[in-house]
Ligand binder design. Structure first.
Ligand code: FES
Length: 156
């Protein structure tokens, strides 16, 4: 299954159009389950996202996001349980606070803030997951490749 998705993704890029690479850091309990529901419900959405599953959004270190950009991501999505629904009580509140500070750091690093997206997707929201993925993919596709930051890294 992933091989088919991968080859479709690569051939679209090889055809000349830019196909963004998007890394999604998701929590195990809500968003990952929502993405799984989208899959088992056979909902269609764009295949540009590679999912990294973590126990909770509170576990997401800003370094993960920087590393994703350094390693070729054109966009990053962070998604977890809705406020009040975190399985570790308050991990998503910590993530939200950290995310606000991280945006300022992104600006300092010269990263386009539109390349980073935060969302809440529950285990019951397979449809919302497809919409979030499609919206992020379209937005990053319009921004184009993330060359500015990669050039900065190469010049260091
Ligand atoms: Fe989902 Fe904490 S367990 S955000």
């Amino acid at each position: 299954m992933s091989t088919q998705t991968e080859s479709k993704h690569e051939s679209a890029g090889a055809a000349g159009g830019f196909e963004p690479k998007i890394t999604a850091f998701v929590c195990n309990w809500c968003t990952y389950a929502g993405a799984d529901l989208a899959g088992t419900s056979r909902l269609k959405y764009q295949s540009n996202v590679r999912v990294v599953k973590l126990p909770c959004t509170g576990r997401i270190d800003p370094h993960f996001i920087i590393k994703a950009f350094e390693n070729g991501a054109d966009g990053v999505l962070v998604s977890g349980c809705h406020p009040g629904d975190c399985h570790y009580t308050s991990g998503n509140y910590h993530a939200r606070r950290r995310f606000t500070m991280f945006r300022a750091m992104m600006e300092f690093l010269g990263l386009d803030m539109d390349r980073l997206q935060f969302s809440w997707v529950s285990a019951a929201e397979g449809g919302k997951w497809t919409k979030v993925v499609d919206d992020v993919t379209n937005k990053v596709r319009n921004l184009g490749p993330n060359t500015k930051y990669r050039e900065l890294c190469e010049n260091d």
